[in-house]
Design a protein around this ligand. Structure first.
Ligand code: C2E
Ligand code: CA
Ligand code: CA
Length: 688
């Protein structure tokens, strides 16, 4: 039972709470229904009104018949008293009206059964027949005379005051009753249709308005709930959006900035260079690109650690930001490489001043981990004047200028120029040629003899590199040593000189010549090679020669330039291994006296610039002092650039141990040296 109720309720519910989209069917149905019922009701009202009018007329006609019957009776009586034309015509008129009205009444189609019976069926005579006879008889009576007339009058008076009058009154009553019944019927119809219209409206209200209202309520409720939900999700969305915006900004910053220094990064620099300026800003636009590279940064990183290195970079970034103007674009594009882009600089001097100020500021000593450290900055710059040079090209130009600045020594500023580009291009070609020359084995040793001043005996010879160029012939070292050093190829040349020099020494020995040693030149990069001692040991051991046959000439400049631990250590190792080490070009640099005492050097080579002026009192006394110093430090003194007998005699007198110079013999190929040797020893023998 319960489940049935439930099911019914559910069905009801489903019926009532219809989907709002489907309600339109109910609307149409209800509308048709209401329209129909109201139409019927309206028709019923109209019909009632028409019927009421009609009935009123019928009633008035039927009641007039009674009146007319009395008038006819009166006129008939009057006419019987004497001939009067006026009364006769009035009687005729009354009879005409009575007859016409009667005809009108009996010809009606809607006569009720009672009226039908009264008019046509009543016994002994129907009202219809009675009325007609009455008219007939009045007609006859009005023209009758005498007794017949009296009789007729009597009959007619009886009829007129009794039978006919009663029948006409009955007819009139029946007409009223029939009319009342008809109006009642119509009223019932009207009422019924009105009630059904109202019922339909009520049903509509239940089936349409109620479900519609319910579903509107539900929808509003749902909407309110989703509005609330939306509000909360909007809030979270907004928060998420804020987060995203912040993240995007951070990303943008990270994408364009260097995390360590906060300066722009390489990407941003390129973007800035290709995005704005140059062509975009028209003819007058110029832009200066300064590129800065730190000197000695690697050493800081290596010796003090990366944290210290990072601090140096941050400090440099700060300096750059402080010294540039707000509109300038400062970026870090590599480990210790920075760029500054200056748009429309006032003049060249302003840029040079700025660069110089930066170099000075960066070059100031800093304290890292309580250690005083010094780094430096080299700057190269180029100015792009409304050309369509690409960022790459401009950076390359600035880079070339920077390279030149570094080449010229540390903490320098250099501007890019076409001449510089040409020079660099020439150098690049030279690098390639040197590389090819190494592959083609075009480097060969020349030998320059060195002899003792006292005995004239051969001390040894210096091995000097020559480049046997297929087209240019013998190329002197001045052309290629610096380039080979720069290109990182000098250690190969130095090694070749060692190998070929020792080969030659073997030949000299085999020929029975007395050449106790050869000297080779070790350029700064060679000296910084930690395996140099091993390689030299291998070279002598491979030929079953003792290390003492090899003297390594190191440049005084090597030692001052870098205050280089590696080079000092190599010198130490070379001495330890039994090689001789002499300080070359002594007097041209500023070899610190501390180096002289610290290093285990076997000797110094006085530079030709010291020797060539002799004999001359000041020059003589310098040499004399150096000789004293050297002998105190147990070092041999070789005088280079001895060209004349006067040179020879002077340096000999001043105490130099060994001489080397054009006066003894020029640098020459192996075969020439053999010939020189033969001649020299013969001459020595002759002399005594
Ligand atoms: P250096 O080591 O000082 O070599 C001596 C230079 O002085 C040689 O020039 C020699 O020809 C020149 N010379 C010798 N005696 C006299 C003289 O009486 N008067 C004059 N005017 N000059 C004299 P060279 O051979 O042209 O070498 C030039 C420089 O090239 C050398 O100077 C050396 O620094 C470098 N060099 C030569 N060969 C090599 C090498 O194999 N390796 C390295 N690293 N450097 C080398
Ligand atoms: Ca030398
Ligand atoms: Ca020298």
């Amino acid at each position: 039972m319960g489940s049935l109720r439930k099911r019914m309720l559910r069905a009801m519910h489903r019926f009532c709470i219809s989907r709002p989209q489907a309600l339109w069917k109910r609307y149409i149905l209800g509308f048709i229904f209401i329209f129909a019922t109201i139409s019927v009701s309206h028709w019923a009202s109209l019909a009632t009104i028409t019927a009421a009018e009609d009935d009123a007329e019928v009633l008035s006609v039927s009641s007039r018949q009674r009146m007319l019957s009395q008038r006819i009776m009166f006129l008939m009586t009057e006419a019987s008293h004497g001939h009067d034309a006026h009364i006769e015509s009035s009687l005729e008129d009354a009879l005409d009206v009575f007859e016409a009205s009667h005809n009108a009444l009996v010809s009606r189609e809607d006569l009720s059964s009672e009226l039908q019976a009264l008019y046509f069926e009543k016994k002994p005579i129907s009202l219809d027949a009675f009325s007609r006879r009455f008219v007939q008889m009045v007609g006859i009576a009005s023209s009758a005379q005498g007794e017949q007339a009296e009789e007729l009058h009597e009959v007619l008076t009886r009829w007129g005051t009794h039978e006919l009058l009663t029948s006409l009154a009955t007819a009139s009553d029946l007409f009223r009753q029939s009319s009342e019944a008809r109006i009642k019927r119509l009223q019932i119809i009207q009422k019924a249709t009105l009630i059904s219209a109202l019922t339909v409206l009520l049903i509509e209200a239940i089936l349409i308005f109620l479900p519609a209202q319910l579903s509107v309520n539900r929808t509003i409720h749902r909407l309110e709930r989703s509005k609330k939900r939306l509000k909360t999700s909007m809030k979270t969305l907004r928060a998420k959006n804020d987060e995203l915006v912040a993240a995007r900004q951070a990303l943008m910053r990270a994408a364009n900035h260097d995390a360590l220094t906060g300066l722009f990064n390489r990407r941003a620099v390129y973007e800035h260079m290709s995005g704005s300026g140059n062509s975009a800003q028209g003819g007058d636009f110029t832009r200066c690109i300064l590129k800065l590279d730190l000197d000695l940064f690697k050493q800081v990183n290596d010796s003090l650690g990366h944290d210290a290195g990072d601090r140096v970079l941050v400090r440099v970034a700060k300096i750059l930001q402080e010294l540039t103007r707000p509109g300038d674009f400062v970026g870090r594009i590599g480990g210790d490489e920075f760029v500054i882009l200056i748009d429309n600089p006032r003049d060249l001097k302003m840029i040079q001043d700025l660069a110089q100020r930066i170099v000075t500021a960066v070059g100031k000593p800093i304290e890292l981990d309580r250690i005083q450290t010094k780094i430096g900055a080299s700057i190269g710059f180029t100015i792009a004047a409304s050309s369509d040079a690409t960022p790459d090209q401009l950076l390359i130009e600035a880079d070339l200028a920077l390279y030149e600045a570094k080449r010229g020594g540390r903490s320098q500023v250099c501007a890019y120029s076409n001449a510089l580009a040409e020079e660099i291009e020439t150098r690049r070609i030279l690098f390639n040629e040197i590389n090819a020359a190494l592959e083609e084995d075009q480097f060969e040793p020349y030998f320059q003899p060195q002899v003792y001043t006292e005995t004239g005996e051969i001390y040894g010879c210096e091995v000097l590199a020559r480049w046997r160029h297929p087209e240019r012939g013998i190329v002197p070292p001045a052309t290629f040593i610096a380039a080979a050093e720069e290109a990182g190829m000098i250690h190969q040349i130095d090694q070749i000189m060692v190998e070929k020099g020792l080969d030659a020494l073997e030949v000299f020995m085999e020929l029975g010549m007395y050449v106790p040693a050869i000297s080779v030149n070790a350029s700064p990069p060679t000296l910084r090679d930690p395996h140099l001692t091993d390689r030299l040991l291998q070279a002598v051991h491979a030929r079953h020669l003792p290390p003492s046959v090899l003297t390594v000439e190191v440049l005084e400049s090597t030692l001052i330039e870098n205050d280089d631990d590696v080079a000092l250590l190599t010198i130490e190792n070379l001495s330890e291994a039994g090689f001789s080490v002499v300080l070359d070009d002594f007097g041209t640099g500023y070899a610190s006296m501390s180096n002289l005492s610290r290093l285990r050097l076997n000797g110094i080579k006085l530079d030709q610039s010291l020797v060539l002026p002799v004999p001359e009192p000041r020059a003589d006394s310098i040499i004399s002092a150096l000789v004293t110093l050297s002998s105190n430090l147990n070092m041999r003194v070789v005088a280079e650039g001895v060209e004349t007998p006067a040179h020879f005699e002077t340096v000999k007198r001043l105490g130099c141990d060994v001489v080397q110079g054009f006066g003894i013999g020029r640098p020459m190929p192996q075969q020439a040296l053999i010939e020189w040797y033969n001649e020299y020893t013969a001459q020595q023998k002759r002399a005594g």
